[in-house]
Design a protein around this ligand. Sequence first.
Ligand code: GAL
Length: 671
Amino acid sequence: MTSAARPFEHDGIAFGCDYNPEQWTPDVWDEDIRLMGEAGVDLVAVNIFGWSHLEPRRGAYDFAALDDIIGRLHAAGIRVNLGTGTASPPAWLTRAEPDILPIAEDGTRRYPGGRQAWCPSSPAFREAALRLVDAVGRRYGDHPAVALWHVSNELGCHNALCYCDASATSFREWLRARYDTLDALNAAWGTAFWSQTYGEWDEILPPRATLSTRNPGQMLDFHRFSSDELLGYYRAEADVLRGVSAIPVTTNFMVTAHIENLDYWSWADDMDVIANDHYLDHRLADPTAELAFAADLSRGLGQGAPWILMEHSTGAVNWQPLNKPKAQGEIIRNSLTHVARGADGVCFFQWRASVQGSEKFHSAMLPHAGTDSAVWREVVELGAIVDRLGEVAGSRVEAQAALVFSWESWWATQTDSRPSQSLGYLDQVHAAYGALHALGLTVDIVAPGAALDAYALVVVPGLHLVRAAEAAVVTDWIAAGGTALITFYSGTVDQDDRVWTGGYTGPFREALGIRVEEFAPVAPGTTLQLDDGSTSTLWSERAQPTTAAVAASFTDGPSAGSPAITRNAWGDGAAWYLATQLEPAGYRDLMGRIAEEAGVRPAARVTGGGGAIEIVRRRAADASYLFVVNHGDAAASVEVSGHELITEMPVAGNVDVPGGAVRIIREEAAA
Ligand code: GAL
């Protein structure tokens, strides 16, 4: 957090939702607020999409309804997470100023009728939006109900990359600031290739659709620019708010599967509190592990400080190919997994299910079926549990392991041309995290270059783009006694997407004691056999160990005979390398072996549970809390003594955790 951070303070763990009262009449508001009380809701986000209600015509403001709703919430003792209302421009604005509308990479315009139809570089949009922010900020800036400013909504969810002329102008300015000279830009982008050399700044465009593959350096910088551009927009709104109000400011991040366009490492310091939206993605192999990863990354963005889960769902979403409801107890398990991993707030999208609009089939706390429903009963049960967890707020998660995560590597990996179109950065991160998760190990997610001294084990999955100094943090830490696992495609290019030559893994090569000569990916569905009995897929490499010991080799496929898993003693530590994507069981076994070598263990001893137990410790100055989430059907027993906060029972020696249950134990003595 910045030194200017204004702490978000709340009594206990916040419990809340997005609330869109403009979709309902005031008699419904009365019922809503009564039911919010029944559920224990104490933090409500309003005015997220409020613009056309607050400013129905340019400069003509109407705050009556918002005044009313904030007043009602306040009277009920519910705090307000106040949207600035700028998430979607009103129709009068885009009609008057059509240049606000984004342009896709093929030059086609994106029209109003959905949401977020604005270009991040549009001066007209920014001017109109900041006028609204100023008006909202002045009106509610010291309202006693308002606990938090919620800037816009999920910035960049749909509009992160705009290719219009205004974006082109801003992109050039950004590039001038980064490179100073065209020579430096030409060198960074490798424009000697395909006659792409630029002689004037005005020749440079965003990477609009081309006939062939596009310049990867240009694409990488366009990603960096686009992330910075929206951060600049966030800052503009936040500056207005900070000028008129002392209330903390944040925006809801999208640390969730498949959203790649914003480098939140560079955004995080601007938030007074990290807030994240997370939705289970049933297209993934292990949605629960991804939830845990997203929660750990949210915590990592705040350098370990508690954060707020600003949105998740009570059931199905409306935007996946198949939208699944949650199983019985899953709302509670998911919510408490976020709390276990550092969330001091659990909020949902949304309070009452819409009956119209694009999201009418999206779940809510109060479903279409009403209060006589399993979802409502579980929401009320969760509210009561959250209420009992107040003492946990402010405590911090303990982790012995770290995983290095990089949006830049994500962008660089996913450019148009790569060794295999089936290779995805996030897939590799999820695979490595999944192995740690299956072992019940708690992991901090850290940025490249972050200090690693606090950890005994570091995992570096597919860190394709790496600067020498960032790699050195890892290799120096290994030399000082650390144990690391680095996986294939790591250390392939530098910050300009320029290949590190002399054998792949570049700046990791010496510490790994291996020279990778050629990549040899295999078609999806192909199984590769390793001589330790494990199997893998997706990737193989032709490599020579220099000083590393070979733990397993490929016995078939294009790299038969070449090492697949190696271990190199490096200084006082050990550098493991994995040159393929192991099948999940094999990955877990390998990770288990490495974790054991590093002395890394789960937060407590678990018996039973069929491998579906999540176990995390949060520690405060004078207490610690062990969270146990049983995602499976098999009962588990966990070694711990203290007081269980959900059942409100003492625990001596062991706690039983039935299938599907969660237990949170205030521990008797530091474990
Ligand atoms: C988020 C968004 C909400 C709602 C939700 C549905 O992206 O912030 O407004 O659309 O998803 O899952």
